[in-house]
Design a protein around this ligand. Structure first.
Ligand SMILES: Nc1ncnc2c1ncn2[C@@H]1O[C@H](COP(=O)(O)OP(=O)(O)OP(=O)(O)O)[C@@H](O)[C@H]1O
Ligand SMILES: [Mg+2]
Length: 161
């Protein structure tokens, strides 16, 4: 599957989708999260991390830019690293922090505001687009690599409406 679309009528639907995406993750996957302020990028990531077994809080790493989590990915121990590049001031900041080395084919990397990371941010396997639509959110996924297609093939999400 190369494309996936769904309507998320409320926050619980976003949470359910985050959990579904968690079950479809494969090690090394790079996910870009696109969407305006308040579109639901962090809400989706929070649900995903909880579904991967993380029990604490999940806040957007607005100032530290990155937050790693030890979780379970596809039944095995692994890491998800959550980025929020909204406040990144320059590409050098990303390189100097050593973030590129985190994209190592093992960690799952989820990036809010990837637009701010160009041109140093590694390419995505999956793009997630969230936009406000009526009371809810329109969701669209695009697979951009074989790994991304594998993830979308594994995705099982049926919105209950
Ligand atoms: N499907 C939905 N329908 C309606 N509201 C939703 C839905 N999903 C999430 N929300 C709400 O939208 C807001 C999303 O906030 P969130 O912090 O996740 O946005 P964000 O995209 O990460 O923004 P930022 O760019 O500021 O980091 C929350 O208030 C949440 O309750
Ligand atoms: Mg956010």
């Amino acid at each position: 599957m190369q494309h996936f679309k769904a309507y998320l009528p409320d926050e619980s639907a976003t949470a359910a989708f985050g959990a579904a995406l968690a079950r479809a993750l494969v090690p090394g996957l790079v996910i870009y999260l696109h969407g305006d302020l308040g579109a639901g990028k962090t809400a989706l990531t929070r649900a995903l991390l909880h579904a991967c077994g993380h029990q604490g809080t999940v806040k957007s790493p607005t100032y530290t830019l990155a937050e790693p989590y030890r979780v379970t990915i596809d039944g095995r121990p692994g890491s998800v690293i959550h980025y929020d590049l909204y406040r990144m001031s320059s590409p050098e900041e990303f390189l100097d922090a050593g973030f590129r080395e985190d994209f190592d084919g093992h960690n799952v990397c989820i990036v809010e505001w990837p637009e701010k990371g160009e041109p140093v941010l590694p390419a995505p396997d999956v793009r997630v687009l969230l936009s406000v639509s009526g009371p809810g959110r329109a969701l669209e996924l695009q697979a951009l690599s074989q790994l991304g297609q594998l993830c979308l093939d594994r995705l099982s999400f049926a919105p209950n409406r």
